[in-house]
Design a protein around this ligand. Structure first.
Ligand code: SF4
Length: 304
């Protein structure tokens, strides 16, 4: 059995920055309650490790960020790496909360580009995932003129209006190419700005390059709420890798599914702690030599 470590994989700069900001906030406000609006990054182990630093997540998938703020009355609120809209920021400030913005600069850049085209009178087609906080933050800027496109069925019909097209930073490079092509046919004079971040792009390209390399199986270490982890698994399936497993940690590996395989690849999403990926790789390498190798348990103290 051969274990192939896909590179690049794991933490991106935006996630490292958000976690650093959260840790610094915990140190700077020892006597305040500290809340995160949503999940700082989409990984349950990171969230558990932040709880150990007394940083609480305020989250409810049925609620928008602006409504989640109703559950915070005092203290510090951290806005996540996925970005935040101006109305949420204003509401938090009005409530007297201390605001800490951990938005990724790549997400902010897309928000600024969208605002600029709105100022110029464009209708914006924003390709993103429904109910994802990054898409929510962008679309709430001007819901009348920003149209969320999750599939070709969502493309609206306009006449004689300038159209600007962009996207959420963590979408599949292949899906975006496909949707841009369809939109271009409908709006030949539309302006396009592809905003997939570099971390997402190079991780996806690394998976696509596995095609025709006789890989039997790919483990994507990542959380089911992580869009970039889901997209890595999606691309692997589209590239015909026979077995693709999205796993939270080494504990989710089922021996029966891999014992007869020869070439196993491992990658991880941009929000997956290196510690978790290293545990998976170490276990698979041990298993390749000794089928009686035991899976280690996850120690939350090692996550951040
Ligand atoms: S995946 Fe990209 S956009 Fe998201 S936090 Fe990382 S660098 Fe920023």
């Amino acid at each position: 059995m051969e274990i192939i470590k896909v590179t690049p994989r794991g933490y991106c700069q935006g996630v490292v920055r958000a976690i650093t900001i959260a840790k610094e906030t915990a140190a700077a406000y020892p006597n305040q309650n500290i809340y995160i609006l949503g999940m700082l990054v989409h990984n349950q182990y990171v969230m558990k490790a932040l709880e150990a630093l007394r940083i609480q997540s305020v989250d409810d998938k049925r609620k928008k960020r602006i409504d989640l703020l109703d559950d915070i009355e005092e203290g510090v609120v951290i806005f996540t790496a996925h970005g935040i809209s101006e109305d949420v920021m204003r509401k938090a400030e009005k409530k007297g909360l201390i605001c800490v913005d951990a938005s990724c600069p790549n997400v902010k850049r897309t928000q600024e580009i969208v605002k600029e085209y709105l100022r110029q009178g464009y209708e914006v087609l924003y390709i993103g995932k429904k109910h994802h906080p990054e898409a929510e933050a962008v679309c709430s800027t001007d819901p009348r003129h920003i149209h969320l496109i999750s599939s070709a069925n969502d493309i609206p019909a306009f006449h004689s209006k300038p159209v600007f097209v962009t996207n959420q930073t963590t979408m599949s490079i292949f899906d975006i190419e496909h949707l841009f092509h369809i939109i271009r046919q409908q709006f030949p004079s539309a302006i396009f700005s592809e905003e997939i971040c570099n971390a997402t792009r190079v991780r996806q390209e690394a998976i696509a390059s596995l095609e025709h390399k006789n890989i039997d199986c790919l483990f994507v270490v990542g959380d089911r709420h992580s869009n970039n982890s889901l997209r890595l698994a999606q691309i692997a399936e589209e590239k015909h890798i026979p077995h693709v497993f999205l796993i939270d940690s080494v504990q989710d590996i089922h021996i029966g599914e891999i014992k007869d395989l020869q070439r196993i690849a491992v990658t991880s999403g941009a929000s997956t702690p290196t510690y978790l990926t290293n545990q998976v790789i170490a276990f698979l390498e041990a298993f390749a030599i000794d089928k009686a190798a035991e899976k280690p348990s996850v120690n939350i103290a090692e996550i951040l």
